[in-house]
Write a protein that binds this ligand. Structure first.
Ligand SMILES: [Zn+2]
Length: 498
């Protein structure tokens, strides 16, 4: 009996939440063949000595945006697999690949470092239904046609649907119907909820009602209490979620271990500014005498709510770095350009192609969210092809940061629970039936890491840094990372819901 890989002398933490045990793990033909005592004489092509190491299931990233990269033919980056991520869930926050079948076929044809699952995006399917004519409420016939698109997505392999950045005309009845179609086929509904700040509690209540009426499991994406006036709402958030679960609903959430968000637009003007631009045609109309006073007041309130004009960092979304704005705050730009914050916002909109990283969350709340039993781990990241422009450190550091900073150093949660939140819990929530545990017969997605050395190194302003302490990552029984170095092959594949 010959194995492809045997990992000896490590502490096996199997993903169930149980404590670690000294065990060997044997892999053959892409599957876990044995977990237990193995005689010394056993034959294997590769033997890894994992003395002092933890051996655990490969990490599953519950919240990823790599569908955008796949659409741009970016498939082979290693910033995710170097964290130990062996499966990611793309298609989040309302946008996804489409059609789902073609998108997944592309992943299989071109290959990826880690396995790839996708949710079908609410905005993407709405566009497939309505084209550019988005500003309408759906009538009952359109609702049925919309549900047919969800049926198609599920038939082609989606694990559920996802919503986010909903316009007011996307009613909650429309979302209930959308989620219901997924739920009927065993899919889940994930959502960047309608508000993460001022109307946070309403938004949590909306998704819980949806879980009940749509009869679908729900996943609250990147759960947070954004902006300081909302930090004290976390007890109420937990109360709503715990109560829903006690009533038998399936509600989970995910979170990345940072207190700053990263959004795909400048986020440097209040909503009234965009309304006036749309109605009157030009950014300069914000200075019209009948509106400018109110606009200035709204700009002041906008920054006050977010913690001031030093709370945001800009970065380029284009191929080339933009030194004028890269890594700068709105306050710094106002001083450099010798203008006020309204003018800064307008100039950034005119330049275009700029995203923002905002420091608006509470570290104490982050710890409580990570420790909550219904919260698993998601990067909110993607594949990083362009090392020349700044990005959020979560793209390189999410999983090692939890294992190093929040488990080992700050003891926010214990190691077996942390690993469960990164593997089996996510697999159960999304329906990956043959992954997420170190158990004979399951797919051989395995991570070997050093619990004393594991550490994230990516920082804001210096984000393109691989972590330390994760020497081996095995995807479908083959090395994706071996002895700390990414292998050239792509062993991940598209996962399709059976
Ligand atoms: Zn989101």
């Amino acid at each position: 009996m010959r194995y492809d890989i045997v990992i000896r002398n490590g502490t096996v933490i199997d993903g169930t939440g149980a404590a670690g045990k000294q065990r060997a793990v044997a892999i053959r033909a892409g599957r876990i063949a044995e977990v237990g005592e193995l005689p010394d004489a056993v034959a294997a092509d590769v033997v890894i000595d994992a003395t002092g190491m933890v051996v655990c299931p490969g990490f599953i990233d519950a919240h990823n945006h790599a569908h955008v990269d796949v659409d741009k033919d970016i498939l082979h980056e290693d910033n995710l697999v170097r964290q130990g991520i062996t499966t990611l869930v793309a298609g989040n926050c309302g946008r996804s690949g489409w059609p789902v079948g073609e998108h997944l076929d592309k992943v299989d044809r071109l290959g990826m470092k880690q396995n790839y699952a996708m949710l079908a995006g609410h905005n993407t399917l709405r566009r497939a239904l309505l084209g550019d004519n988005q500003a309408q409420f759906l009538d009952p016939w359109q609702i049925r046609a919309f549900q047919k698109l969800v049926d198609q997505a599920m038939e082609e392999g989606a694990f559920g649907v996802a919503a986010g950045y909903m316009r007011p005309y996307a009613t909650n009845d429309e979302l209930f119907a959308f989620a219901r179609a997924a739920g009927r086929r065993g899919g889940l509904y994930a959502s960047h909820i309608r508000s993460e700040d001022r109307h946070l509690l309403q938004a949590i209540a909306e998704i819980i009602e949806l879980a009940q009426h749509a009869e679908a499991p729900v996943q609250i994406s990147h759960l947070k209490t954004m902006n300081e006036p909302n930090w004290n709402k976390l007890d109420s958030v937990f109360h709503l979620i715990d109560d829903a679960v006690a009533r038998g609903l399936r509600v989970c959430a995910d979170r990345y271990p940072y207190t700053a968000w990263h959004g795909g637009s400048t986020n440097a003007l209040p909503p009234i500014a965009y309304q006036i631009k749309q109605q009157r045609g030009s950014w300069q109309n914000l200075y019209d005498p009948d509106v400018v006073e109110v606009v200035r007041e709204e700009v002041d309130a906008f920054w006050a709510e977010q913690g001031g004009p030093e709370s945001l960092l800009f970065c380029s979304m284009k191929g080339d770095p933009m030194p004028e704005v890269e890594n700068k705050t709105p306050g710094q730009l106002a001083r450099a350009w010798n203008c006020d914050l309204l003018a800064v916002g307008i100039r950034l909109e005119e330049i275009g192609g700029i995203s923002a990283i905002g420091r608006a969350m509470s570290e104490d709340n982050l710890k409580r969210i990570l420790a909550h039993p219904l919260v698993c781990v998601g990067t909110d990241g993607h594949q990083e092809a362009n090392k020349g422009v700044q990005t959020h450190p979560r793209n390189y550091g999410t999983f090692p940061r939890i294992l190093g900073k929040y488990v080992r150093d700050e003891k926010v949660l214990d190691l077996p629970q942390a690993i469960r939140k990164m593997s089996a819990m996510v697999a159960a929530q999304f329906g990956f039936n043959d992954r997420g545990l170190l158990k004979p017969g399951l797919a051989a997605d395995v991570v070997v890491f050093d619990p004393l050395q594991v550490r994230d190194k990516a920082e804001f302003g210096n984000a393109h840094q691989y972590p330390d302490g994760i020497p081996q990552v095995i995807v479908n029984g083959r090395f994706a990372v071996r002895d700390g170095v990414t292998t050239p092959e792509n062993h991940g594949r598209a996962l399709r819901k059976a």
